[in-house]
Design a protein. Structure first.
Length: 418
């Protein structure tokens, strides 16, 4: 089977590492992939959002199965376009990907179907939004409606900060059209849990829970990033909470999307907060999280491609999805300065055995692997206990070298205290 994976980060590398285990796979193409992924797949210089070129390539190459991993091509209808040409795909159609593409859509969906989430108001008018946040309870949460590279959420501690956030989104159009409409949300507190799930629109199979570390610096300080590390399973996500989430959040969401004529097939990501009043949805993503995928997929015992194809074919209930009992920890090695400004182009040395090393920002030049992004790679290791997994991951980090390397030293520390 010829497989195509659309995307080029650590998440895509982890997906490729999983897909590769299937003995029927003869070739994997990554569009565009990156210099590190090139060790495991044929990288093709086509951008993930260049939908026409992605479809042309898939048709010409006779791709048997495609996985569209990032949010933007999903929201833009990449799966719709590939399926229209007869290429079977893992991932939601555009009309279902809107669950991540529009926060207003997802908030209204949750309200309509009684799915627990933070209280909210929607604004399309700048002056009304400004008037509202002037007196809103603090802290107040301001979110751009559309995709904003994970940067469209501001938690304002003062009314001045809230007004500034509203202005930058709605007046200065910091995120373009994505911020022309905004959601102002109630501030929730409690531990956060990421639960990725496989769903074929009929059944939903949650994966092992995980915990992201979004801030750049140790002790959850510094700027918000795409994620500086993950651990799995998340100790805050007890069996009782998992059972409650299944009944109050996961199943109702799948049913709601079906009832709206937007059946979701693919990986639905539930960003949850375990509040004193029970688990609530902070956000939905229409795809695997990154770096969540890098810590969850290595714990999957069942063949990944078999599951992805069952999701596409709506036969997920026939597959017994099994997990290893282990814990896992993924430490992101970044370029110093990320997510603000950073230098790149430094030569990287990786160990001979690259198992569990998922490369995000690297390019090959004259046979040398050079850093080429903010998040450079993720290093995942397993262990019988969380402590052991963390120790193994940091030991592996020490075998990897590149100029300007930066990583957090406390991935998993909060989970150990749970
Ligand atoms: P997002 O980009 O939607 O993942 O949001 C980024 C982060 O903002 C989340 O991981 C939470 O830590 C935080 N956040 C989002 N919404 C809320 C909320 N209603 N209350 C408290 N924190 C929130
Ligand atoms: N790590 C958070 C996300 O993928 O959205």
């Amino acid at each position: 089977m010829k497989i195509m994976v659309v995307g080029g980060g650590g998440r895509e590398h982890a997906l490729i590492a999983g897909i590769k285990q299937n003995p029927d796979v003869t070739e994997i193409f990554a569009l565009p992939g990156n210099g590190g992924i090139a060790a495991d797949a044929t990288c093709v210089p086509i951008g993930a959002t260049d939908i026409d070129a992605v479809v042309d390539f898939a048709v010409k190459e006779g791709i048997d199965f495609a996985v569209v991993a990032p949010d933007d091509p999903l929201v833009l209808g990449c799966v719709d376009a590939l399926e229209a040409q007869g290429i079977p795909c893992f991932g939601p159609e555009a009309k279902a990907a809107i669950i991540e593409g529009s926060k207003i859509f997802s908030k209204n969906l949750m309200k309509k179907y009684n799915i627990p989430t933070a209280g909210y108001d929607v604004f399309t008018d700048l002056d009304e939004a400004l008037a509202f946040v002037k007196t809103a309870p603090l802290p107040t949460v301001i979110k751009a409606d559309g995709l904003a590279l994970g940067k469209g959420v501001v938690i304002a501690e003062t009314h001045e900060d809230a007004e500034a956030a509203v202005r930058s989104m709605m007046a200065d159009r910091k995120f373009g059209d994505s911020g022309s409409r905004i959601v102002v949300e109630e501030f929730l507190t409690g531990p956060e849990v990421s639960v990725l799930s496989f769903t074929d629109g009929h059944v939903v199979v949650p994966m092992i829970s995980s915990m992201d570390h979004k801030r750049a610096l140790d002790g959850d300080k510094g700027l918000n990033t795409g994620g500086m590390g993950t651990i799995a399973p998340n100790p805050y996500y007890t069996d009782a909470i998992a059972a409650e989430c299944m009944e109050t959040i996961f199943k109702p969401t799948i049913e709601a999307m079906k009832a709206e004529g937007r059946t979701f097939k693919g990986c639905l990501y539930f960003g949850l907060m375990i509040t004193e009043k029970g688990p609530k949805v902070i956000e939905y993503n229409c795809r695997f999280g990154d770096p969540e995928a890098q810590v969850v997929l290595p714990l999957l015992k069942t063949d990944l491609l078999t599951i992805l194809r069952a999701v596409r074919n709506e036969t997920l209930s026939d597959v017994n999805v099994e997990w290893y009992d282990d814990n896992a920890c993924c430490v992101i090695m970044a370029s110093e300065g990320y997510p603000a400004s950073y230098e790149k182009g430094y030569e990287m040395t990786l160990p001979e055995d690259r198992t569990g090393i998922y490369v995000a920002g690297a390019k090959l030049e004259n046979g040398k692997l050079l850093t080429n992004g903010g998040r450079v790679l993720g290093v995942t290791r397993r262990g019988a206990t969380l402590q052991e997994a963390i120790g193994n991951a940091y030991k592996a980090v020490e075998t990897i070298h590149f100029g300007n390397a930066y990583y957090r030293h406390d991935i998993g520390a909060k989970a150990l205290k749970a």
